[in-house]
Design a protein around this ligand. Structure first.
Ligand SMILES: [Zn+2]
Length: 387
């Protein structure tokens, strides 16, 4: 009996050790940065960056890694101290709940999953080992915990009135920042329409129908079927829009994007994407879809990693931004870095001034730079968030 007790104790000790050490090791491996901070920026670009009225990014997966976002890290891409240093007004914190093994851009099934192991390694609740809704709720709760612990420095925006109050307060106190919650892939609903309300009540204000594999809503750009929107998918989009949840078409199959553009009654976004016009691959938007999203009044948010913009530097992101401006004007393009999304990002969040530097080189006007760097996101949120 004594021996069994010792073995059990050793197992518990090993599990606790794993919970403490493994998540940050995985985090470091999964979220490297091409160019390390601190960044050298031309004075002219830094001056314009410092004068930007609103700085926003439409996508980061920082919540997945059980990192203390109030603690400044020298790995990963986003935390609240670095957001404050970069003067970021709002960051979308998007929740990932399932990621297939051997994840690739061409064809994945939903049969396997990496996040289950991550949940166990992080010591999350047993319910989260099987329920994707539970995983989303854990991450949503964590963002609110950071809000509480931040002593007013960070707040979670859930409504137009939250945003308006934040805009007033940001004028008075320079040292505050904010985030809002999104979900990557509506498999996070565990197949239940009523879970939209559950996620909404947890603060989620944006969701994409699919992520890396086909699900009950329809096809992923990286799935097997490349199918369109199912009847269930249509019901989800309708329900989301009736609750003023933003529909995000990132990772959706072209047919799903077609169907959403046809039925949408609200502006839709692609929260992190590239464009086929500068980087032709399966994850990126065609000119037709860019025009469709712009027509809806939404946003094409350009990412900051190689698979989205076909190069490893911020210049490639700036070139994709300029492409969208030339195609549909400057009102419908934004940043959607995909920071901490298991990508090798060109820079971390403190490198955003380098985007301004590259946009200036491409002769994008100061007014258009203000729109791209955040004003368009502010406009969209003020239009689409619930009252
Ligand atoms: Zn993604």
């Amino acid at each position: 009996m004594k021996k069994i007790g010792k073995v059990l104790l050793a197992c518990v000790a090993i599990y606790l050790l794993l919970i403490i050490s493994v998540p940050s090791v995985i985090d470091k491996i999964k979220n490297p940065t091409v160019l390390k901070p601190p960044y050298k920026v031309l004075d002219s670009a830094q001056k314009i960056y410092n004068s930007l009225p609103f700085i926003a990014d439409m996508h980061c997966d920082a919540l997945l890694w059980s990192r203390d976002l109030l603690d400044r890290k020298d790995y990963g891409h986003v935390d609240i101290p670095r957001m404050l240093e970069a003067n970021v007004s709002i960051q979308a914190f998007t929740i990932v709940t399932k990621s297939p093994k051997g994840q690739n851009f061409s064809a994945n099934t939903g049969d396997s999953d990496n996040i289950t192991t991550l949940m166990i390694a992080q010591g999350q609740s047993v319910k989260s080992w099987s329920s994707l809704t539970e995983r989303a709720l854990i991450q949503a709760k964590n963002l609110h915990k950071f809000e509480k612990k931040s002593k007013g420095k960070f707040r979670v925006i859930k409504s137009k009135s939250d945003l308006k109050k934040y805009l007033v307060d940001a004028e008075l106190y320079s040292n505050i920042t904010a985030g809002f919650l999104g979900v990557e892939g509506a498999h996070a609903l565990d197949g239940k329409l009523e879970n939209i309300a559950v996620l909404f009540d947890a603060g989620v204000r944006m969701m994409s129908p699919t992520h890396f594999f086909d699900n009950k809503l329809g096809g992923s750009a990286h799935g097997v079927s490349k199918a369109g929107l199912t009847d269930f998918g249509k019901k989800v989009i309708e329900e989301m829009q009736s609750k003023d949840m933003i529909v995000d078409v990132a990772h959706a199959s072209p047919k799903v994007i077609d169907a959403i553009l046809e039925m949408t009654t609200k502006p839709i976004v692609s929260s992190h994407t590239g464009v086929k016009g500068t980087c032709d691959n399966v994850r990126n938007l065609s000119d037709k879809h860019i025009k469709g999203i712009a027509h809806s009044g939404g946003l094409i948010s350009i990412a900051m990693f190689k698979q989205a913009v076909c190069d490893t530097d911020v210049k490639a992101t700036a070139i994709a931004i300029k492409y969208v401006i030339d195609l549909v004007g400057s009102d419908f393009v934004a940043l959607g870095s995909d920071f901490d999304g298991s990508v090798n990002a060109s820079v971390d969040i403190t490198g955003l001034p380098l985007i301004v530097e590259e946009l200036l080189k491409l002769e994008v006007s100061e007014i258009d730079i203000q729109k791209v760097m955040g004003n368009n996101v502010k406009r969209l949120l003020l239009e689409t968030l619930p009252e």
